[in-house]
Every structure is written in C-alpha cells, then in structure tokens.
Design a protein. Structure first.
Length: 131
C-alpha cells in the first residue's frame, strides 16, 4: 500500500478524535473553566491525542527518513486545514473572520499548536519509538 494512502488512513482517525475532543470541551471544560481555558486545554488535549495515535501507528506507515516523516506531517497539515476550511465555512456556515479568530494566540487560542503537532507528530513519534 502506498505511503501517502497509509498516512491518509491514519489521518482519518484524527477526525473522530477531534470531534470527541470538541464535544468534551463544550460539555465539560468550557462550563467548568470558561471559554478561554476550555479552548486552551482542549487544544493541548487534542495535540496529545494526535501524538499518541501517531506513536501507535507510525511503524505501519513504513517510513523512517526525515524527509518522508516531514512530507507526511505536511500532508496531514494540508489535509487538516482543508478539512477545517470546508467544515467550518461550508458545512457550519461560519464566517471566515470567526475561523481566523481560532488562530489568535493573543486571545488564548492554541489551534496553531494543534497544527504544529500535526506537522511534527510523525517525526516526533518516529524518534520516540526509534523507528
């Protein structure tokens, strides 16, 4: 099976994780901690989940070079941003400025950390697992 296809299949696992993470944020974290802290903790949680899942499956992708690990991370990053744009704008019908607000570190939004995790998770997981 192609490396990018295996990478894509692994990336698909992140979608239900992100949905469950968002639901737990809305149902548990935000009511208990407030919006800013709930959002921040949710971003940290999702980043950890992404790294953990990547660590579990990095060997199945079948690569161990720096170049391929960064290609996979870049592929995941592009897929994530495209999915986010499509879902947020087209499905949910939210305006672009609301989406861009999720990238505002000065408002406590840590979505950029999630995207950085997506980019570097294959490399980190491979190094941790000594692939």
């Amino acid at each position: 099976m192609n490396i990018l296809l295996r990478s894509f299949l692994l990336w698909l696992l992140f979608i239900p994780l992100a949905i469950l993470n968002g639901a737990s944020r809305d149902l548990l974290l935000t009511p208990a901690l407030g919006d800013a802290m709930g959002q921040a903790l949710s971003s940290v949680t999702l980043s950890v989940l992404i790294l953990c899942v990547t660590m579990l499956f990095i060997r199945r992708i079948g690569v161990n070079t720096l170049t391929w690990l960064l290609i996979i991370g870049s592929f995941w990053l592009v897929l994530t941003v495209l999915f986010e744009l499509s879902f947020f704008l087209l499905v949910m019908g939210h305006p672009m400025d609301e989406l861009l607000g999720e990238y505002d570190l000065f408002r406590g939004r840590l979505w950029l950390m999630v995207l950085a995790t997506m980019l570097f998770a294959p490399l980190l997981a491979a190094r941790i697992r000594k692939v």
